[in-house]
Design a protein around this ligand. Structure first.
Ligand code: ACK
Length: 220
């Protein structure tokens, strides 16, 4: 019915507690700053942006990426009921039971591409019960990736880029990892930086950032 359809959110997901959202944004800014100052990154800056460079050949990545609202990890994009499988997802028992429940998201890496900057979320078995089984296949039908490979928090997008791109970019990293690509660039103290080609960068953290988050629907 129209009433049921109207009750479906734009998306379901885990929403970071404010304090932890601020902490994650801080870590993201540090990641971008470190990246922008790195020689290897600067050498390939033209693949990343055509923006004007500073006197040291650096670019302000914080300006390149714009925030996309409240920090969250999307589980199911419902588009108010228009997306495939939205209603079935909303009606799942585990979804209903989990509404309003707090869980701890494990952030295992930060990544940046010319399009997006995001945090990779390593979902637990329990969190994976809320993960749509087709989330990865929908984007990469021909690659066999573990469930949850797309799980992320969007931290920023370049101008004109939609948030959905962050998960697509993360799947591209996952695909390249599976193929064995990715070059270690250097240790950065809190983790190790890898380059996947010259416009895809990932900082794998030596210790996960833990972010408490509440499962809910977002109605916009
Ligand atoms: O950054 P995100 O994960 O990417 O959070 C936003 C949220 O829904 C509201 O737009 C995500 N999103 C948008 N379109 C899709 C889609 N087709 N599949 C999965 N997630 C999507 C977007």
């Amino acid at each position: 019915s129209a009433l049921e359809a109207a009750a479906l959110p734009l998306f379901f997901g885990w929403f970071l507690a404010h304090k932890h959202a601020l902490e994650l944004e801080k870590r993201s800014r540090e990641f971008l700053k470190t990246l922008s100052q790195l020689d290897q990154f600067k050498q390939h800056i033209s693949q990343f942006t055509s923006e004007e460079l500073g006197s040291q050949g650096e670019v302000d990545l914080e300006k390149h990426f714009q925030s996309r609202g409240v920090l969250h990890c999307t589980t199911k994009f419902c588009d108010f009921g228009k997306a495939d499988g939205a209603k079935a997802y909303a009606e799942k028992e585990v979804v209903r039971e989990s509404m309003g429940c707090v869980t701890v998201l494990q952030i295992s890496a930060f990544f940046a591409t010319p399009r997006t900057v995001g945090a990779r979320v390593a979902l637990t078995e329990e969190q994976l019960r809320l993960w749509p089984p087709d989330a990865e296949k929908e984007v990469m039908p021909d690659v066999d990736l573990p469930l949850g490979s797309r799980a992320h928090v969007t931290l920023g997008c370049a101008e004109g880029v939609e948030g959905v791109q962050t998960g697509i970019d993360l799947l591209e990293f996952a695909k390249l990892e599976k193929e064995g690509s990715g070059d270690k660039v250097q240790d950065l103290g809190d983790g190790t930086l890898y380059s996947y080609g010259n416009d895809m960068w990932m900082l794998r953290l030596s210790r996960n950032v833990e972010a408490p988050a509440m499962f809910s629907g977002f109605y916009g």
